[in-house]
Write a protein that binds this ligand. Sequence first.
Ligand code: PGA
Length: 255
Amino acid sequence: MRKKIVAGNWKMNMTLDEGHALVAGVLKGLPELSNDKQVVFAPPFLNIQHTVYQVEDVQHVHVAAQNCHSEVSGAYTGEVSAKMIAACDATYVIIGHSERREYCHETDAMLAQKTDVALDNGLKVIFCCGESLEIRDAGTQNEFVEAQLKAGLFHLHKHQLANIVVAYEPIWAIGTGRTASSQQAQDMHAHIRSVFAAQYGQPTADSLTILYGGSCKPSNAAELFACPDVDGGLIGGASLKAEEFLGIIDAMVKA
Ligand code: PGA
């Protein structure tokens, strides 16, 4: 059975103290999570180690980095390697978020390299994809997302797919308050699964966790998570308040 995950992407928010309080608040209200469910915190690099210590005794709760460098090590001032993240006992790294693709000019080739270096260091990857409003309006979103996934992930061997989670995040829905309808999300998630099925076979596609991201909140999470191919969410804004994040976790637990 594939895993359901709710992951909170804090982006460039939360000092060490603020992050500590947020995690403490979420852990306080956390419902019991069965083996097929996970909650993930993706704090800024500076909070990773502390967050790992905070959740280390809590079952099914993990920590992710929001990015890693594409090279193993070396003269890259200001950067953080996958090995360093893994050494903090983080479990995941988010790769290919649309904000990094846009503001940091991350290319498909770079993302494929980051994926390799992350997997080589024992991290699991939350790989983001998603189209702009222009592409959605042109009706070519399926082809666009398919091309992103092929470029970033399809060089992997089938056995490596067990360490990949896909997050579909339509850019027009990120931080805009405009959520994809559950039908739009389901259609894209089913498409993504079919693309993986064609490349890696149906059993591999069936065990792939595909998250939805983009203005997901407690009021719409239940409807989104009820879709057969939506296996949870990558949450930005609503992951910054314990109560809201717990509302979304609750929707996953009940889905
Ligand atoms: P949002 O961000 O929930 O604030 O729309 C989602 C994301 O970028 O991961």
